[in-house]
Design a binder for this molecule. Structure first.
Ligand SMILES: NC(=O)c1ccc[n+]([C@@H]2O[C@H](COP(=O)([O-])OP(=O)(O)OC[C@H]3O[C@@H](n4cnc5c(N)ncnc54)[C@H](OP(=O)(O)O)[C@@H]3O)[C@@H](O)[C@H]2O)c1
Length: 265
């Protein structure tokens, strides 16, 4: 199926590795012109090399730390260069995850940092691109959240809280902008094999006095699919949500979790 993405301009944040990287790869493979972003130039260049090798098309690299005002301002300036409303057609708002831990573990400053990383980055990136999308009558806003939104996890209180806010933000933007040809959706990964999952397994292993490998194995056992997710599976879902064919899907949260969320809707 041709997803109709040839020539579309896509900004995929947090994409030197993990879910963002696989998403950038999937969009580039569909012919989109991709901009990738992370905090680390070396990792970003290596990611660009891999995408170029696989697709023949080299993504532009945008080094910026989305946990800082300075980093977000840099990205917003770049995407509005020569076009005040922004030239991006597809925004994939994604970053690394906040630290894991229970409620009493975190200081006020850590709550503020997580808000900046997860919520304000999504809000400001959306603001930077949405006017251009509306003026062209086409846009795709896709927010990477987590299965911890529909089913909060005790040791991910920062993630649970701010990703729920992102979900409410996404739904509101969908309400107000779907008539301009802009869809806004969230994708909710379950346990997916990336660096982030390894670090979560490490911290759970330290808490429980076991080994990270054991934690990973028990995560996989608890998934009805009987295994961890692959980043490419999440990426394929994002690519579909970005497609022409997905133009009537808006305001939704799509779980890519091997069935781990234990409720109906
Ligand atoms: N994997 C899972 O099982 C899972 C499940 C649910 C939700 N999630 C969430 O989905 C998101 C992506 O997950 P992942 O597993 O792909 O994470 P990951 O393996 O940690 O990769 C995160 C990516 O984001 C970049 N990044 C981190 N902090 C950044 C910042 N402040 N500004 C810009 N880029 C930044 C990293 O690159 P640099 O280090 O080069 O900056 C890397 O490319 C995370 O928020 C995670 O919490 C993941």
């Amino acid at each position: 199926m041709d997803l109709g993405l040839r020539g579309k301009k896509a900004l995929v944040c947090g994409s030197s590795a993990g879910l963002g990287f696989s998403t950038a790869m999937a969009l580039a493979a569909e012919g989109a012109d991709v901009i990738i972003n992370s905090r680390d130039k070396k990792r970003l260049d290596a990611a660009a090399d891999k995408i170029e090798k696989a697709t023949g098309s080299r993504p532009e690299c945008l080094v910026a730390d989305l946990a800082t005002d300075k980093g977000i301002s840099h990205v917003t300036q770049e995407v509005r260069k020569d076009m005040p409303g922004g030239f991006i057609d597809i925004l994939v708002a994604n970053t690394g995850g906040p630290p894991s831990g229970r409620f009493m573990h975190f200081s006020h400053q850590q709550w503020k940092d997580a808000a900046q990383l997860l919520l304000y980055s999504a809000v400001r990136l959306t603001k930077a691109v949405i006017e251009g999308m509306a003026s062209r009558g086409w846009g795709r806003l896709i927010y990477v959240t987590s299965v911890s939104v529909p089913q909060p996890l005790d040791d991910l209180v920062l993630s649970n809280s701010y990703r729920s806010a992102v979900t409410a933000f996404c739904k509101t933007v969908s309400n107000t902008h779907a008539s301009s040809g802009i869809t806004a959706n969230c994708v909710c990964p379950g346990y997916t094999a990336t660096e982030r999952l390894q670090s979560l397994a490490q911290s759970r292993a330290e808490q429980s006095g076991t080994e990270p490998e054991q934690v990973m194995a028990s995560m996989a056992e608890n998934v009805p699919a009987g295994r961890l997710g692959k980043p490419e599976e999440l990426a394929a879902t994002v690519a579909f949500l970005a497609s022409e064919q997905a133009g009537y899907i808006s305001g939704s949260s799509i779980r890519v979790d091997g069935g781990i969320a234990k409720f109906l809707l």
